[in-house]
Design a protein. Structure first.
Length: 341
């Protein structure tokens, strides 16, 4: 081997390595462009957390879309209906519990008042108070926390879907850009016609009006104030949600309509009898949802007739009715036992 060939080897090696480096840079650049141009980029880099309900809501919509081939607007609607169907038994149980809690409130208030009047109760008096409370809830076939089951489950579901659908367009903009229906074809932008925001506001106030009895029954003291707050919220929220992406309203609007239909259905006499939901008790004076001239005149007529209008008289009459009902049941039970004997 000559000296010239030996001296050229390092140069050839360097040239070969330069070529390899340049080619690798071209490949990396083209792959990078392909990566950032790929519409599935967000799906590949998105890292949903198992404990995040919003992430799981997005997963549910994506899964339904992949399995059925529905549009994303249709998938959001179907997932919303599925969630509400799953928690329907809890909603019925909560309605049943609320109706019974409303009826036991007068007796519960009386027991608490007697207990508070003791000042510093003895151990025996504390035990008697606990037994009276347990007996009261047992008689009405309800537990103190039964009415809270539905909100404790439904609230995280609503919040999860709400925030999930709000960030959905940022994660999958290409897929949702043409995933809408009718006039809202692009789910990543607000509805330009403002139809969805207005529908959301109207359906929300409709759910408040159809479910106000349950809210007042659950909290007779502050229920009317809560109802009025929700009414005001229905009006104020419309300008705000005009800036929300249509994907989120594809969840919120049908969810409101489902809530409204559920409230109307659970007020049906046959449905209430089927699931053990009691009629709401007559509101005490000062606790009516629409107190005004009509209620004032009604109270005056009751006073003229000698009917009770104060809370104390109302409680006494209610307790008397309960005792009478218990005696009638006891007499009927005794009569049946004698016939069998």
């Amino acid at each position: 081997m000559t000296s010239s060939s030996l001296s050229s080897q390092p140069n050839n090696f360097e040239e070969t390595m330069d070529k390899i480096f340049i080619e690798s840079q071209k490949v990396a650049s083209s792959e990078g462009d392909k990566w950032f141009a790929d519409e599935t980029l967000t799906q590949e880099i998105w890292d949903p957390k198992w404990w995040n309900i919003a992430d799981q809501a997005i997963n549910a919509v994506n899964l339904f879309n992949d399995v059925t081939g529905f549009s994303y607007a249709g998938s959001i609607f179907c997932v919303t209906c599925g969630i509400r169907l799953i928690i329907l038994p809890l909603a019925i149980r909560g309605q049943r519990a609320s109706s019974r809690m409303a009826h036991l409130q007068p007796e519960l208030a009386m027991i608490k008042k007697r207990y508070e009047a003791l000042g510093t109760p003895s151990q025996a008096e504390q035990k008697a108070f606990a037994e009276n409370m347990q007996g009261l809830f047992k008689r009405y076939e309800v537990t103190p926390f039964a009415a809270l089951t539905t909100p404790l489950v439904q609230a995280p579901m609503f919040i999860g879907m709400f925030f999930g659908m709000k960030k959905f367009p940022n994660l999958f903009p290409e897929a949702l850009a043409d995933g809408g229906l009718f006039w809202f074809t692009d789910l990543t932008v607000p509805d330009p016609t403002y139809i969805l925001p207005v529908m959301c506001g109207l359906s929300f106030i409709a759910t408040v009006e159809t479910g106000k009895d349950q809210m007042i029954d659950a909290n007779p003291q502050h229920g009317p104030m809560i109802v009025n707050a929700f009414r005001a919220m229905a009006v104020v929220m419309v300008p705000v949600i005009t800036t929300f992406p249509s994907a989120m309203l594809c969840y919120w609007v049908p969810n409101n309509f489902i809530t409204m239909a559920q409230s109307i259905t659970l007020r049906n006499d046959w449905v209430k009898q089927k699931f053990g939901i009691w009629d709401r008790p007559k509101p005490m004076p000062g606790q009516s949802t629409d107190a005004g001239f009509q209620e004032t005149m009604t109270n005056l007529v009751k006073q003229v007739k000698g009917e009770p209008t104060t809370e104390k008289d109302k409680i006494k009459r209610h307790n008397k009715e309960v005792e009478t009902r218990k005696r009638v049941q006891q007499v009927s039970k005794t009569a049946r036992a004698r016939r069998r004997g």
